[in-house]
Design a protein around this ligand. Structure first.
Ligand code: ADP
Length: 168
């Protein structure tokens, strides 16, 4: 039987409820979902790739049905490695569309078997981004209901460790 396997890629620095909402919505649509953290060790990242993987695993679990991994290189090559043909992306607003449209077409050009599926989050999360989460957090804003408590706790200790400047 053909398995429907999807990859949900992103930076997830850090994971927030917008991401978790997309994961919850697409889990029932696929036999296997691989949440894939891009290995882009930026200086400005708050968490290492390993920490991001660990936080997502703690929140969504990692079993035969849903896995959390990291990847580098071409996304379509990663899809081949995990036996997936679908990319899941979240669409928040029209501003996401142009970039996502380009990426979807490029990925299909690189591998014609690959399709990109766009999912929209619950309206409450449609303005959320990791960049905004980090900015508001550093300024002391309340992120309750937007970022899971364990992630907020990790952000607080990261901020303390770095004297308020993030990981780098
Ligand atoms: P960000 O840093 O903006 O949160 P990521 O690179 O971690 O973005 O995002 C990974 C995927 O999750 C992308 O498809 C992105 O569009 C999607 N995504 C990010 N935030 C949200 C949100 N609030 N609602 C729905 N999808 C989202």
């Amino acid at each position: 039987m053909i398995q429907r396997v999807a990859v949900y890629p992103g930076s997830f620095d850090p994971v927030h409820h917008g991401h978790l909402d997309i994961i919850a919505r697409c889990r029932p649509m696929f036999d296997r979902l691989v949440v894939a953290v891009l290995e882009n060790e930026e200086k400005r990242a708050m968490f290492s790739v390993a920490e991001r993987v660990e936080m997502i695993r703690d929140l969504v679990g990692s079993d035969g049905h849903c896995q959390v991994e990291s990847f580098s290189g071409l996304l379509v090559d990663f899809l081949d490695r995990v036996g997936a043909t679908t990319i899941v992306r979240g669409l928040r607003a029209v501003s996401d569309f142009e970039y996502e449209f380009q990426m979807a077409l490029m990925n299909r050009r690189l591998n014609p078997r690959v399709e990109t599926v766009f999912m929209t989050p619950k309206e409450d999360y449609s303005y959320l981004s990791s960049r905004l989460v980090k900015e508001v957090f550093r300024l002391g804003g309340n992120l309750e209901g937007l970022v899971p408590p364990p992630v907020l706790a990790r952000m607080a200790s990261r901020l303390r460790e770095s004297g308020g400047a993030g990981r780098a």
